[in-house]
Design a protein around this ligand. Structure first.
Ligand code: ZN
Length: 165
């Protein structure tokens, strides 16, 4: 009987609400960091958040900041977004982090056309405000930021970039 007041109080009812288990993930996003869990027993990363490792069931886990680099595994282009989602990217994607886990996200920074979204496309994390929450989303990686040594070449000449490309 109070559905109308609940709706009015939450203009972004689709924004995620952190739980104790997911809070470090959302706090990380707000700080501009992609944080997921890693198992100290088997050394593997996993997602989504849970108290026991999904690979070996160990409870010896920790939160870590990951690279934010990923590849495009699958996607759909949602041509008819639900109310409240029209301002956001219509590309709903499954991405695989370089650390291994996959997660659902949006692809931003590119026209939402299939020719712009080849599978295995290299991606890097961005952060987008959604009402009260900040969500990790992904954009195509700039070619020169996807190389491990690229940071050392930011002031290099054009010739240097060609050599390292
Ligand atoms: Zn484990």
């Amino acid at each position: 009987m109070n559905t109308t007041t609940a709706g009015a109080a939450k203009p972004f009812a689709h924004a995620p609400e952190p739980t104790p288990e997911t809070l470090p993930f959302w706090e990380g996003a707000r700080a501009g960091e992609l944080r997921i869990q890693r198992c100290r027993s088997c050394a593997r990363h996993y997602f989504d958040p849970r108290p026991h490792c999904r690979h070996c069931a160990s409870a010896d886990t920790e939160w870590t900041r990951v690279s934010g680099r990923a590849r495009l595994v699958s996607y759909i282009i949602n041509h008819r977004p639900a109310p409240g989602f029209r301002d956001y990217s219509p590309v709903i994607a499954m991405v695989q982090l370089d650390e291994g886990p996959t997660l659902m996200s949006n692809i931003v920074g590119v026209e939402p056309l299939p020719e712009n979204l080849p599978l295995d496309l290299r991606l890097e994390v961005r952060f987008e405000e959604r009402g009260e929450a900040v969500l990790p989303v992904f954009a195509p990686a700039a070619p020169d930021t996807d190389e491990p040594n690229a940071a050392a070449v930011t002031t290099g000449s054009e010739e240097t970039r060609q050599v390292t490309a």
